[in-house]
Design a protein around this ligand. Sequence first.
Ligand code: NI
Length: 226
Amino acid sequence: MLITIPKVLTPEEVKICRSLLENAQWQDGKKTAGYLAQGVKSNLQLAIDDPSAQKISEFLLGILHSNPTFIAAALPSRILPPRFNKYESSGAYGFHIDNAIFPHPATGQQIRTDVSSTVFFSDPDEYDGGELIIADTYGEQSIKLNAGDAVVYPGNSLHKVNPVTRGTRFASFFWTQSMVREAHKRSILWELDQSIQTLAQCGSDPENLARLSGVYHNLIREWAQT
Ligand code: NI
């Protein structure tokens, strides 16, 4: 299940991050690619200890923790610090599946990549190509969002970034270990949560809404691991 989250960042916040990203020290993305990925990866990344990366990363984490749509979609237990990439001059990243586990750079704690997220820092009209293609149960989905928007998708999905043939594409990506490990269970919880939110906005009967909301929390109690 793919969930797009519009306006995670305001245009003003995007502008501040963009100026940091445009002046940062970019490195060859192959440095962090595994043996198989090296052959299909041609992009630029910021080192994890890059000062600009750390600044935007902390800022993004603060925003994500208070974004109700992200919380409902990912049901986060632990979030790895966001990373940053830059694609230009036909840069691309062919089909791959991300590593299952990454150590947290600060604590060394092993974190499982249940959920992948990308936050776009370039608007679609700034570059050609650069679509994030995600192979999901119903075929390939093509994602190219406005700057400040995000997409959340299962970490076990095959995905790629098409070659950027004009302009520059800046983005952030990060992984989340979810309290609910299985994507199909998160999908059920997401549907239930969204229905409850919609019914609440329609002024539905509070007693039945409370019962339905109870079902949601009881399912979390059944499935969540913290
Ligand atoms: Ni990837």
